[in-house]
Write a protein that binds this ligand. Structure first.
Ligand code: ADP
Length: 219
């Protein structure tokens, strides 16, 4: 795997989870937060943890931020600090900047000042939980773009025992089955003759409107 250097700015609930996970995966992680207690808390689980104000360009410069491959700005509640930190890391030349937004306006601002990707962890998790609550057959729901998503579902009753060719979701619903999970195994390039088992899980990709048609059948 290509190991990269990540700087995580803001180590609240979301930021510290991103930082810990990247570190566990073997990457170099610098965690920055203005709160000393929070820094002490994460210091054993990242490469370096430093207390600094991310809205202070000189502090970030002195930490050598420009040498990092990716910056993740996870300051959420203080929108002004989130915007300033994003602007500074972008101006320092970090190639890929991911920022967390609290709402659509915040996201727009982040994109305008150069964020390469904006994430909405609370909104996305809310959506995933809501889809799963509506039907226990919908195991997960991940938005890819405003109108397109990936949905993990248990097969409809009349799909069980049939092949992908027979259920023909492409022409019936306009969606594609990307993968079939059988227990711990995963068929990531299913073919027309693959047969769907009762306990399989299907990973389906499509337009939200088309996925909704399938969702309604499993309610
Ligand atoms: P979460 O909901 O993920 O906990 P918050 O926005 O509440 O997100 O927390 C973001 C973190 O960012 C907090 O730990 C806070 O101390 C930190 N933070 C806020 N402003 C700054 C700043 N100017 N510089 C560095 N860290 C900051």
């Amino acid at each position: 795997m290509n190991m990269k250097q990540y700087v995580v700015i803001g180590c609240g609930r979301f930021g510290s989870s991103v930082a810990r996970t990247l570190y566990k995966m073997g990457h170099d992680v610098l965690a920055i937060d203005s709160n000393e207690e929070i820094i002490q808390h994460v210091s054993d689980e990242v490469t370096h943890a430093v207390q600094a104000d991310a809205t202070d360009e000189n502090s970030l410069k002195s930490l050598g931020i420009r040498n990092f491959d990716v910056a993740i700005i996870t300051i959420g509640s203080d929108i002004q600090a989130s915007i300033m930190a994003t602007l500074i890391v972008k101006e320092l030349g970090i190639k890929y900047v991911v920022a967390k937004a609290n709402n659509e306006i915040h996201a727009k601002l982040l994109f305008k000042i150069g964020a390469d990707r904006v994430v909405f962890p609370e909104r996305d998790m809310g959506m995933r939980v809501a889809h799963n609550l509506v039907s226990s057959n919908i195991l997960d729901y991940i938005e890819l773009a405003p109108d397109y998503s990936i949905m993990e579902i248990a097969p409809l009753d009349d799909w069980v025992g049939k092949t992908l060719l027979e259920i023909d979701v492409r022409s019936k619903y306009g969606v594609n089955i990307m993968a079939i999970k059988h227990g711990y195994e995963m068929n990531v390039s299913p073919i027309a003759m693959d047969r769907i088992g009762k306990d399989d899980i299907l990973v389906v990709i499509g337009h939200n409107k088309d996925l909704e048609k399938i969702e309604k059948q499993v309610w």
